[in-house]
Design a protein around this ligand. Structure first.
Ligand code: MG
Ligand code: ZN
Length: 362
């Protein structure tokens, strides 16, 4: 009888502890919101591109260590196979639009992006890209134009926001313009520090900067760009991370896509690994910070890449490509931090902003 009572008491005690810990866990998850969001987009980075990078890196990536994983459907308003303008707009604004359109609905109405919403919430914002900063993916977060090719109009749209940090190529769209304006003078008037190289930008102690790392697109990683992307990401987190109201930062690994268009596996792998190092910087910040949601995804796949063989030991893969363009297949989404569990499952690219807003508590 005595042992039975002891046993019952022990069981009740264990049940009590379990109930308490489950309810306190739930409470923590419910209360925790993301003050900051870092969204990293690997342009053209499908599962095969990621797996090629993983294999080349002997089985380990920062991205694949992220535990909350889903898939997003990338089709645009008018095409099963999206371009980077329509998919960028879908991710940035929650609106499926026509291929080629930037920050606009299919009937050419401007739609607000997560970057602009973050600005409205009093947060700091930033955009970083290894292409020209006026190219489709970053443009979708800040510009509203009917065509992705309107680079000079897209550059002028940067002045309509209070974005704190811009790092990328594309200086010529700001300075060598048909309208004769030098937009960098306007940025200086608005209090920005303006740079035309990363080295100086990394020493910036102003709270607003625009830094150009190329006149047009940046060169590829192995042809002179080097660690620009992870270094720029580190600088952005140092600058924006100071804002007590929080921040939104979008970082694009643009050229994974260009490796896909060129059916060049070495190009794809070096750009994927470079992008993964930028993700590493974001995760390192988020781990320490505790109030930062990190989301890693692609805008679409490119090249129809498959891996016919490979070796984790040598890091070699045998690629096969089915196209020199984009494909319509789903792409992965990885998340870490407050709100990360919302990113599990299969959903539309337009749902990503809803999940980010929920993480903000909006
Ligand atoms: Mg892009
Ligand atoms: Zn492309």
């Amino acid at each position: 009888m005595k042992t039975f009572k002891k046993y019952t008491a022990l069981v009740l005690f264990l049940i009590g502890i379990t109930v308490l810990s489950i309810s306190s866990c739930n409470r923590v998850e419910e209360e925790k919101q993301a003050k900051n969001i870092i969204l990293l987009i690997g342009d053209g980075m499908g599962v095969s591109q990621l797996y090629a990078g993983l294999t080349a890196n002997h089985g380990q990536l920062n991205i694949t260590g992220m535990k909350h994983i889903g898939f997003q459907k990338t089709y645009s308003y008018d095409d099963y196979t999206t371009d980077s303008a329509a998919s960028g707009t879908a991710i940035a604004t929650g609106e499926k639009t026509r291929n080629g359109m930037i920050g606009m609905s299919p009937d050419s109405v401007k739609v607000k992006s997560i970057l602009e919403i973050s600005e409205d919430e009093g947060k700091s914002t930033g955009l970083i890209s290894t292409s020209s900063i006026t190219h489709a993916t970053p443009a979708s977060f800040i510009a509203h134009q009917v065509s992705r090719g309107m680079y000079e109009a897209i550059a002028a749209d940067f002045l309509s926001t209070d974005i704190e940090l811009v790092i990328g190529g594309g200086k010529n769209n700001f300075t060598e313009r048909e309208d004769g304006r030098n937009l960098l003078e306007d940025f200086e008037k608005k209090g920005y520090s303006v740079y035309d190289n990363l080295e100086e930008a990394l020493t910036c102690d102003n709270d607003k900067m625009i830094a150009f790392t190329a006149g047009g697109h940046n060169p590829r990683y192995s042809e002179g760009r080097g660690d620009m992307l992870p270094e720029a990401t580190g600088k952005a987190l140092e600058m924006l991370g100071d804002d007590p109201q929080g921040f939104f930062l979008m970082v694009e690994g643009s050229q994974i896509d260009w490796g896909g268009h060129a059916n060049d596996i070495d190009y794809i792998i070096e750009e994927t690994l470079d992008f993964d190092r930028a993700v590493g910087k974001a995760l390192e910040f988020a781990e320490k910070n505790g109030e930062t949601l990190v989301v890693v995804t692609a805008d679409h796949e490119c090249g129809g890449l498959t891996l016919k063989d490979g070796s984790f030991e040598s890091g070699m893969v045998t690629p096969g490509f089915s196209t020199g363009g984009h494909t319509g297949i789903m792409v992965p989404v990885f998340a870490y931090g407050p709100g990360a569990d919302e990113f599990m499952g299969v959903y539309e690219n337009t749902d990503i902003i809803k999940k980010m807003m929920k993480a903000y508590g909006l």
